[in-house]
Design a protein around this ligand. Structure first.
Ligand code: DGL
Length: 282
């Protein structure tokens, strides 16, 4: 069967968006895409067998990202969102040169919002060791505005605490206090939640850092940027789809039930299944 150009265009528009992270963190970005673009289909992959990414080398993160993209492409995605700051910092530059479909990360959108939000020119960034050591937030912030002080702090224990769903727990409060006290003293007026797991700890961070600091969650701006990118490529899905969770598919590399339970606690729709795949096969 040969498809007309119009049919091919429609098929591309109706294709899903691939979204990936090391685990549940990227769900904060997927949730925002669901809110802002309710017509879009999503294929989500959480690399739960290999989380955390934040303490791994750049070569490893590039290898993981390439495998995930190969898997997502088997699902015929029309665009990819790297819903992980660590992979955005370490792998995005490399993988975007290897792709013929649009791809975006979460760092640039987050840096943009923070520059717009700060009044005193002092921005804090919390993230994984990889993201903080890469210096990528400073780079993007200084590209937009030179005279800004950026104070970075790696908070590696936050990711396992979120993956364990210890979101409201005195242990997490204590860890947050240790990580954030220096930042609080530094006089920042804006703090970027520079890991997609961290918005899930928003109220803990808020409690420790105080009411006067603006918290930036790059997810909102990332979804906006994705929408603009899809519009630019004439790829927005305009078909009226059924308004339920059947538009969303979830895949993980381990612990599918635990992932599903977590996803159901934060997404607007209950997900029916989470499928397990062997990502090393890709
Ligand atoms: N959520 C990811 C990020 O934004 C990865 C966290 C991790 O696996 O260490 O960096």
């Amino acid at each position: 069967m040969t498809l007309s150009i119009r049919e091919i265009d429609e098929a591309i528009k109706e294709a899903p968006i691939g979204v990936f992270d090391s685990g549940v963190g990227g769900l904060t970005v997927a949730r925002e895409i669901m809110r802002q673009m309710p017509n879009e289909r999503i294929i989500y992959f959480g690399d739960t067998a290999r989380v955390p990414y934040g303490s791994k080398s750049q070569n490893t993160i590039i290898r993981y990202s390439r495998q995930i993209i190969r898997f997502l492409r088997t699902k015929k995605v029309k665009a990819i969102v790297v819903a992980c700051n660590t992979a955005s910092a370490y792998a995005l530059d490399t993988i975007e040169t290897e792709l013929d479909i649009p791809i975006i990360g979460v760092v640039k959108p987050g840096a943009k919002v923070a520059v717009d939000a700060t009044n005193n020119g002092k921005i804090g960034v919390i993230g994984t060791e990889g993201t903080i050591n890469s210096g990528i937030y400073s780079e993007f912030i200084h590209k937009r505005k030179k005279d800004i002080t950026v104070v970075g702090k790696a908070c590696p224990l936050f990711v396992p605490l979120v993956e364990e769903n210890w979101i409201k727990d005195s242990v997490t409060d204590e860890v947050a206090k240790r990580y954030l006290s220096e930042l609080k003293e530094s006089g920042i007026d804006t703090l970027i939640l520079g890991c997609t797991h961290y918005p899930l700890l928003r109220s803990t961070v808020r409690k420790m850092i105080g009411e006067d600091v603006t918290l930036v969650n790059p997810a909102y701006e990332t979804a906006l940027e994705l929408k603009a990118l899809l519009e630019e490529h004439d790829m927005i899905n305009t078909s009226n789809q059924i308004n339920d969770s059947s538009r969303y598919e979830f895949y993980v590399s381990d612990a599918a039930d635990k992932f599903k339970q977590f996803a159901n606690s934060i997404l607007p729709y209950d997900i029916e299944t989470t499928k397990l795949i062997n990502i090393e096969d890709f």
